[in-house]
Design a protein around this ligand. Sequence first.
Ligand code: GTR
Length: 329
Amino acid sequence: MQRYGRALSIAIAGLSLIATSAFAQQKVVLKASDVHPAGYPTVVAVENMGKKLEAATNGRISVQMFPSMQLGGEKEAIEQAQIGAIALARVSVGALGPVIDDLNVLNLPFLFRNTAHMQKVMDGPIGQELLDKVTNNPRAGLVAICWMDAGARSVYDTKRPIKNIADLKGLKVRVMGNPMFVDMMNALGGNGVAMGYDQVFSALQTGVVDGAENNPPSFVFDNHYQVAKYYTLTEHLIVPEILVMSRKTWDALSKDDQTLIMKYGREAQLEERALWTKYENDAMDKAKAAGIQITQISDKTPFQDAVKPVWDKYGPKYAELIKRIEAVE
Ligand code: GTR
């Protein structure tokens, strides 16, 4: 009996060894890219999602974050996710619009009344429908995990305070790589220059552009405020951000792992939002302390009127959806 018992326990030990090594082979490290530095709300939220995945899978699945544009700008991140070179890309909907046209509705200037309106829309059925459009797009090769907040974007420049729309005239202003934004900046009177986020700081520094437009945390924590001293609160775009996964990575995961990723993704969306509010306040404080001249635009009507051609060109195909977005209280 004892002999058999010993043999059995050896066999069991062998089995568990095999099982352990099979387990180890399945170890999945999800490479993630973000243009922002460590500590930025989007970076922290995705890192924390990774920690939760690691804890829930006994270390089998983890996230390796590459912040600060280590893997390039957002166009590159999207392309790398599409081919499966990275698993996760946290990018702006502005950058993903050229790949998934359905998202471009969110890139219409002055679409949302304010950030609360945007959050309500993105948290509700319209937000889910748009996530599904990304996931079900047969050519994109991406799976949409969750949204993230990015507040409202405003213009900053190295030349002069923009007190009214006429002051934008002739300024070369960098916009994200999406034709809608070039049209938007041109309609506002500036000269829109599309370029990757990875080039903005040096373009501002060397005078290749006179300005750019972004939310307070990007303006400050990506250091653009060191060269652009005028920040004008035009709040012309309220563009959400999105975390996408490579379809190649997604398809290789089990159903249970996919469910876990979606669950922690949703939590990351909410966590990022809470972090965002604080970060935005910190950014404004830092800008003020650094002597940035901040100009409020009390009447945005001239700016809203000026972008009408952008709505005429891009709006009609989203007419139904725009009505639904506008109806969200
Ligand atoms: C930031 C956004 C980035 C990137 C950048 C840009 O607000 O968080 O994802 O899109 O803007 O202007 O390119």
